[in-house]
Design a protein around this ligand. Structure first.
Ligand code: BDR
Ligand code: CA
Length: 310
């Protein structure tokens, strides 16, 4: 199975992404590095640990990562994900999930070296840890098999500013370096807004009420205002789309693209700019997802959740 490392800020949609990966035999989750983002890194680290406790996977190592962006001030999103940055009924972390000694960026480098050429890094948080890992290990691009990033709004509207998506807006300088130097595959809001999973599709049969109720909270984390703003029937499970695509590559259409991220502290902050028509004549420096098959996403996520809940 394929080794994957999550860089994450759980986060309701992060939690769905991680549990979907843990439910699959095709992916081997080698660790979780945590970042500031949806809430403080104290909270995202505790949340990551609690998710592992909830699904009984305390064998997966957690590394606590960056507590703030490279340059700009910390911004969090408890108004979307709940006061502690995640919803649901989560167990307290125990000693079994105590974070490893290495900080997040160092842990990413260690895992990339250990799985040289094979590791898929799934970055679903502000990109601070990934940018720091690249600074620690300039050979990171060669050591990774693939870097998939949930971030940006390449062709449409952002969710923090008209141009910027939250992960890129939170640490625009990190996003800029990662997009410029690490040949990522970008799964942005253009496609993740199609990653909805109406909660009535949740398999009803469950032996574990706490897990089922909690997953239901994760799938319904948008309030009425957000559903109306984006004109969607249920919450976008952004980060889970990356994992679903790793499990079924027919879910997304992907195209090579020359890309940059804006860093100015004005309208361009965190804006992912894709040269879709080749006007700059710059060669592609990564890939961007341009279309999503929502029905296929729902069926992959539904199967994973059914497996977890049976
Ligand atoms: C992204 O930002 C976070 O709020 C979510 O967890 C996701 O990674 C969506 O813009
Ligand atoms: Ca996230």
């Amino acid at each position: 199975s394929r080794p994957v490392l999550f860089d994450t800020d759980p986060g309701c949609d992060d939690a769905v992404a991680i549990t979907l990966a843990l439910a699959s035999d095709d992916l081997e989750v080698v660790g979780l590095s945590t970042a500031h983002g949806n809430t403080t890194v104290e909270n995202t680290t505790a949340n990551a640990r609690s998710i592992l406790e909830l699904v009984d996977r305390t064998d997966v190592p957690v590394a606590r990562g960056a507590d703030c962006p490279l340059t700009v001030d910390l911004e969090t999103a408890e108004h979307i994900h709940g006061p502690d940055g995640i919803l649901g009924d989560l167990p307290e972390p125990t000693a079994a999930t105590e974070p490893v000694d290495a900080p997040g960026a160092q842990f990413i480098v260690e895992q990339a070296r250990e799985h040289a050429g094979d590791l898929t890094l799934v970055a679903i948080a502000p990109l601070t840890n990934v940018a720091l890992a690249l600074a620690l290990e300039p050979d990171l691009p060669e050591l990774l098999d693939e870097l998939v990033v949930m971030g940006g709004a390449a062709f449409g509207q952002g969710n923090v500013t008209p141009l910027a998506e939250a992960n890129f807006h939170s640490d625009p300088h990190a996003a800029h370096r990662v997009v410029r130097d690490l040949s990522p595959t970008i799964v942005g809001l253009d496609v993740t807004r199609g990653a909805t999973f109406p909660p009535d599709r949740l398999p009803a049969l469950s032996r574990d009420g706490q897990l089922e109720w909690t997953i239901r909270q994760w799938l319904t984390y948008y309030d009425e205002e957000q559903l109306a703003r984006y004109d969607i029937e249920s919450a976008a499970i952004h980060d889970a789309l990356v994992v679903a695509w790793l499990l079924d590559d027919g879910i997304l259409e992907i195209e090579p693209c020359a890309m940059r991220v804006g860093t100015d502290n004005d309208l361009a902050r965190g804006a992912l700019v894709c040269d879709a028509r080749g006007v700059t004549e710059r060669p592609p420096n990564g890939y961007v997802a341009t279309a999503v098959d929502t029905a296929r996403f729902r069926s992959v996520l539904g199967e994973g959740l059914e497996f977890l809940l049976q």
